[in-house]
Design a protein around this ligand. Structure first.
Ligand code: HEC
Length: 112
């Protein structure tokens, strides 16, 4: 009788460990996914007034972001220093936030 219970115990232990509801390892707060959602939040707060929710509004002469061919680094420069009617976001957003929102705008051209 005794070995049988030991076996049940081990089986249960293995099942508990293999469960899919265990959180994935290495999921710290700076994973790619959370960067995107952070960028989305920043975009919706700071950018939709001119660019619109999907980046296509073109208010105040804003460029249609899905058609932009700029790289992430060039976008970071535009967002940081501004251009024509676009507000410079240096001092409004941190460097990290600007990077996150620049990466978010790259997504528009992906799902054209
Ligand atoms: C006050 C209106 C305004 C706001 C707010 C604004 N933009 Fe712009 N944005 C513009 C205008 C106008 C241009 C075009 C500048 C030009 O013609 O050189 C532009 C251009 C850009 C470009 C370059 C596109 C290209 O291909 O040249 C990017 C990237 C961009 N904006 C991102 C953002 C992001 C991200 C935010 C929010 C953090 C933002 N913008 C907020 C008006 C705005």
């Amino acid at each position: 009788m005794k070995p049988f219970f030991v076996f049940i115990g081990i089986a249960f232990f293995i099942m508990a460990c293999g469960g899919s509801d265990t959180p994935p390892t290495g999921g710290n707060s700076n994973s790619g996914k959370s960067m995107v959602s952070k960028g989305e939040k920043i975009f919706k707060t700071n950018c939709i007034t001119c660019h619109g929710i999907d980046g296509r509004l073109k208010l105040n002469g804003a460029k249609e972001l899905p058609l932009s061919t700029l790289t992430v680094d060039e976008r970071i420069a535009v967002i940081t220093n501004g251009r024509k009617l676009m507000t410079p976001f240096k001092g409004i957003l941190t460097e990290k936030q600007i990077k996150a929102v620049a990466e978010y705008t790259m997504k528009f051209s992906d799902d054209k």
